[in-house]
Design a protein around this ligand. Structure first.
Ligand SMILES: NC(=O)c1ccc[n+]([C@@H]2O[C@H](COP(=O)([O-])OP(=O)(O)OC[C@H]3O[C@@H](n4cnc5c(N)ncnc54)[C@H](OP(=O)(O)O)[C@@H]3O)[C@@H](O)[C@H]2O)c1
Length: 241
């Protein structure tokens, strides 16, 4: 088993995920870039390798159990453990549709943003338990906060896509439950809010750069033994649930 740390970032072929991969690899960590398209994943990994980083694409569609199982098997046989899992892959299908949104849109959103995280984490957990001090980071959003959504004066109070926000709220609960289940292990599980970041997800409308958007997740992925678990953080600190 290699002493070098190994990270898997899902949905890492672009956006915040690719930048999280770049920042982790810049710390000397070997990074696997999960991508549902190997072509897009390989292009991103190639870009990072051209910067001298140890980055490799791995096929992983978080809604396709076969690719999840194959990825776990590959990581097991090639590395024997997984130190860091960043559940970054996510979609935002609804805009301000409110209750007019189709039920199918909510189901599709949950397939990726919630069930995908569960399926990937469940498959990778035996490998994370083999690492010295596993770290699991779930890419949430400030839009998943019940407290912030309930505050009419919150800066993003007007942004309430029901599928996306409820999926991130469910992901927050999953974070709390995973952390609780793993509290007697060395594994830490936290949710990261990247802030409103310019990516394809929002047609590049966010004011933050991907460098800024990746910061909280990278910090949580590399926490020391005395770092928190079961929390929800942006780059400034705690986000209210
Ligand atoms: N941007 C923001 O302002 C913001 C704010 C809060 C939270 N977030 C969260 O941050 C995360 C990254 O978002 P982003 O802004 O970087 O979005 P993005 O640029 O659209 O990137 C999303 C990534 O997820 C991948 N993906 C989507 N469905 C997938 C699936 N079924 N299996 C595997 N990969 C899949 C995409 O792959 P393809 O290229 O194949 O589509 C892409 O690599 C998401 O969880 C998002 O909800 C973003």
């Amino acid at each position: 088993m290699s002493s070098r740390k190994l990270a898997l970032v899902t949905g890492a072929n672009k956006g915040i995920g690719k930048e999280i991969a770049r920042q982790l690899a810049s710390q000397g960590i070997t990074v696997l870039l999960g991508a549902r398209s190997m072509e897009r994943g390989e292009a991103a990994a190639c870009e990072l390798r051209s910067m001298g980083l140890d980055a490799h694409a791995i096929e992983l569609d978080v809604t396709n159990q076969q690719t999840i199982d194959d990825a776990a098997l590959k990581i097991s046989s090639e590395y024997g453990k997984l130190d860091i899992l960043v559940n970054n892959a996510g979609i935002a299908l609804d805009r301000g549709d409110g209750m007019a949104v189709e039920l199918e849109t909510i189901k599709k959103t949950f397939d990726t943003n919630v069930f995908g995280v569960f399926a990937v984490t469940k498959a990778m957990l035996p490998l994370i338990l083999k690492a010295e001090a596993g770290r699991i980071v779930n890419l949430s959003s400030g839009l998943g906060s019940l407290t912030q959504n309930s505050d009419p004066n919150w800066g993003f109070a007007g942004i309430k896509p029901i599928a996306y926000n409820t999926s991130k709220a469910a992901l927050n609960m999953m974070t709390v439950i995973m952390a609780s289940e793993l509290k007697d292990t060395a594994i830490k599980v936290n949710a990261a809010d990247p802030g409103y970041t310019a990516t394809d997800l929002n047609q590049h409308s966010g004011p933050r750069t991907v460098e800024q958007g990746a910061t909280a997740a990278v910090h949580l992925a590399t926490l020391d033994a005395d770092g928190p678990t079961g929390g929800y953080f942006d780059e400034d600190g705690v986000v209210p649930w």
